[in-house]
Write a protein that binds this ligand. Structure first.
Ligand SMILES: [Mn+2]
Length: 291
């Protein structure tokens, strides 16, 4: 039995027109027999967050889409829960002010933090940001399932108290934050969301340390638009910053669509990437405002 065509998509962040173009392209090329897998950060910074949520939920409910939670999606929940105040860069008011907001809150907190499957006989995981270098695929699954249950299985009040816990003493919250926001790690196994910088050479990109452990599973991820498209053995980083167009960069929504019959796609150098150009400079106006 052949596998369905899967199309992995980077951070959308409210860029609904570009997502719509991508969905239509996937449909024209593969018909109904394809699945769109999104790395999360469906919302924030971009113009049409509620519309993106609707587009993605329609795909998921039709059995043609899968999605994991990103840090911006969680930030929306945190703002709604009173755990975080809106920043001037946040644009998800359209979701917060929606009459269906309670339903969106519950839909988002029920999303997975990690999806696990195989491609061309290779095991892989999709997460928003990163996998801790020490974690095997089983360890990643065990940890994320526990964190997902804490966020999604109980009442909304349970979810809010989990999100408001101290990640220093709650390992499930640390897992949630690591897979949704990590960019760098040090040799002690500490992680942080900021990228490596010259001032602190102890911290290096998470995937450098992860690759050194030869785990032998693939990771599809997003979250790091400044790094851009990242193609390396076992790694496919897809955030090319569609929403950052106009900020001295060319914004692209990137997708990876390896043919289902390709052997060892995570070790292949074949190019199956799609790039949808950002419609306009989403940051042009905002850059004029003080930070
Ligand atoms: Mn992110």
């Amino acid at each position: 039995m052949s596998e369905r065509q899967r199309i992995f998509v980077g951070d959308v962040q409210g860029c609904s027109e570009e997502l719509d173009e991508l969905i239509r392209r996937a449909h024209d090329r593969f018909g109904e027999d394809s699945e769109i897998w999104l790395v999360g950060d469906l919302v924030n910074r971009g113009p049409k967050n509620l519309e993106v949520l609707r587009q993605v939920r329609e795909l998921v409910e039709a059995g043609r889409g899968r999605v994991v939670l990103g840090n911006h999606d969680l930030n929306l929940l945190r703002v709604a829960a009173g755990l975080r105040s809106m920043s001037w860069l946040d644009t998800f008011n359209d979701v917060l002010e929606s009459p269906d907001f309670d339903d969106w809150f519950d839909w988002l907190r029920g999303l997975p933090l990690m999806l696990r499957s195989t491609l061309g006989g290779q095991d892989f995981a999709m997460v928003h940001a990163a996998v801790h270098p020490d974690w095997s695929l089983d360890e990643l699954e065990r940890r994320t399932r526990r964190a997902e249950a804490r966020l999604g299985d109980g009442s909304r009040a349970d979810a809010e108290s989990f999100l408001g816990a101290d990640p220093g003493t709650d390992p499930d919250l640390d897992t949630l934050r690591c897979v949704t926001s990590c960019r760098s790690v040090n040799a002690m196994g500490n992680w942080r969301s900021s990228p490596p910088d010259e001032m602190d050479p102890d911290f290096i990109p998470w995937h450098v340390e992860w690759s050194a452990r030869n785990h032998g599973y693939g990771i599809v991820y997003g979250h790091w638009s400044l790094q851009g498209l990242h193609v390396a053995p076992w790694l496919r980083g897809l955030d090319t910053g569609c929403v950052h167009h106009g900020r001295g960069r060319r914004g692209l929504l990137t997708a990876w669509s390896p043919p289902p019959d390709e052997a060892e796609p995570f070790l292949s150098s074949s190019d199956h990437f799609w790039h949808i150009h950002a419609r306009r400079a989403y940051y042009a106006r905002r850059d004029a405002e003080p930070v």
